[in-house]
Design a binder for this molecule. Sequence first.
Ligand code: G3H
Ligand code: 13P
Ligand code: ZN
Length: 326
Amino acid sequence: MAVSYKDLGFVNTIEMFKKAMAEKYAVPAYNFNNMEQLQAIVSACLETQSPVILQISSGARKYADQTLLRYMGQGAVEMMKRMAGEKGLKEIPMALHLDHGDTFELCKSCIEHGFSSVMIDGSHLPMDKNMELTRQVVDYAHKYDVTVEGELGVLAGIEDDVKAEQHTYTKPEEVEAFLKATGVDSLAIAIGTSHGAFKFKPGQEQSIRLDILAEIEKRIPGFSIVLHGSSSVPQDLVKIINENGGKLKDAVGISEVDLRKAAASAVCKINIDSDGRLAMTAAIRKTLNDKPAEFDPRKYLGPARDALKELYMRKNREVLGSANRV
Ligand code: G3H
Ligand code: 13P
Ligand code: ZN
């Protein structure tokens, strides 16, 4: 049975992005697959008074079940409202977003399950096919006031099932035509960020192409830009993982200084998932190493949840600038 995001208490991204653009910060888009991640994201964003976009990938949907996720989303909004009342905080705007949707059918199904925003990622297709697919999703989604993110340019690394060995940076001269043909509400661009924890080779400069971002912004002033692949791969977390039995060699991410600059520009949404995975894995490895007799999942998932919350509070305050914006 179809449900509208409006009945679940979510909002689409229109007002979120308008405010982020005017006040020069970016809204965090954090992925979740399970209860602990969802709890950490919601409490981190409530306590820092930050708007938030909860992201679900198609992999997450398969892992956690589409029906269960719809109720987890609804539960997250209700939990946020109750906690806001208890702590005397303002309620925060929350969007439920499909991350890297690859077909019209998946986007439609998510809209029917209460998502307030969807990404249709046709970035691996030729430009005309990307535009055609994106337009189809926009036409359907806008009937229900659901916002749509498109993507132009290809990130290196792994995008769900789509693998790109090399970046194809977004071509600024193609952006206006893409927006005109598709009617998307926001655009993900490729400027050197990439998915996962191994974003640069050893010795390679860790900077992103802020010059391409500036050129795009000049061509479409005021339009909301999205950055995927924006984990910074904190080295203290990599160290904890490796000291406790892990094997993450040469894991590096995006400079937080560059991300702060991007957040102060037309970038209104920044996607972070890998850093959260690292924070949880570090806490779990350390707990199990320190207390080898422990076997109650709450005893290692609890610290993992706390570590994730702490990381995302810091991201909101120090990197995205989204704290105290509600
Ligand atoms: O961009 C990819 C996100 O980190 C989601 O990853 O497809 O493994 O759930 P996933
Ligand atoms: P990271 O792998 O850098 O966290 O990127 C996440 C992302 O882009 C989700 O869409
Ligand atoms: Zn992504």
